[in-house]
Ligand binder design. Structure first.
Ligand code: ZN
Length: 277
């Protein structure tokens, strides 16, 4: 057998999974948010041999970002997507990398953003604020683009990964009443962050991406990781028929229909996590 840079990845097939690793070369992943999560996900996607990667972030590298993976002191002041793209190209020149140094919600960018995401097989999110997360959720549902949402709590001590297949699984808005405490638009974009928590969440995100793109294994529904207790908690989510984004339109205007809360126990855990954090 001839060796290539994917030999060890292709060897997984020998353990009973019918995976054609070379399929990844034909596929396109978008990563929205090149922060503590997105950097790690991007590097792993490139090392695994994704065909094309599109990166979105409007921010520049700041000294406070250096506790996370990827960026170096010399990168301070440079756009995150440009620095990441350079590093990723050096890691694997076979991957086509496209960068967008812009806020995905910038008014002039909407039609371009829609055009770009429609080309993607899957999107990974590492966003640090609720408005951008809701915007992306609405666009992915509208165009039926599968995406794997992930985020860390403000304490940096817990987080979640939630793969979303529009109209098949619960979208981010279906679960908006139980989301973890991402900062809102008025708050600081980030309060605390642990690179280890981010790397764990990014790793789960990439595992789910690989299973989805290469069609093997069973995807998680919603997983929470809590660093203080070391627990991974798996939840089953349900689509909300009254969801304003993916719900049944005929039900949408019935004001007397209460949203179905399916994740009460998650709320309790998140609350506890926040108190501890
Ligand atoms: Zn929904």
């Amino acid at each position: 057998m001839t060796k290539d840079r994917y030999t060890r990845l292709k060897a997984i097939k020998e353990f009973g999974y019918d995976i054609n690793w070379d399929d990844l070369k034909k596929l396109h992943t978008g990563i929205v948010g090149i922060g503590g999560l997105g950097c790690v996900s991007a590097e792993m996607a490139v090392r695994c041999g994704i065909g094309k990667l599109s990166l979105f972030d409007f921010d520049n590298v700041d000294i406070v970002n250096l506790n996370r993976n990827m960026f170096k002191e010399g990168d301070i002041g440079q756009p995150k997507v440009d620095v990441a793209s350079q590093i990723l190209k050096e890691i694997n020149p076979d991957v086509e990398i496209q960068c967008f140094n812009t806020d995905i919600m910038a008014p002039g960018f909407e039609s371009k953003f829609e055009y770009e995401i429609k080309q993607m097989d899957v999107i990974l999110t590492g966003l640090d604020n609720i408005p951008a997360r809701e915007y992306l959720n609405a666009k992915c549902v509208l165009f039926k683009i599968p995406y794997i949402d992930a985020g860390a709590s403000r304490s940096g001590l817990s987080g979640y990964v939630h793969p979303i297949i529009p109209y098949k699984t619960a979208c981010a808005k279906c679960l908006s009443s139980i989301t973890i405490d991402l900062p809102d638009e008025k708050g600081e974009s980030c309060v605390a962050s642990l690179p280890s928590t981010m790397a764990i969440l990014a790793s789960i995100q990439i595992q789910e991406m690989l299973k989805y793109l290469l069609k093997f294994g069973k995807m998680v529904d919603y997983v929470m990781y809590h660093m203080i207790t070391g627990q991974f908690l798996n939840y089953t989510t349900l689509r909300d028929v009254n969801c304003p984004i993916c719900g049944n339109k005929t039900q949408r205007d019935k004001k007397d229909v209460k949203p179905k809360v399916t994740q009460k126990e998650l709320e309790d855990i998140i609350e506890k996590s926040n108190k501890n954090g």
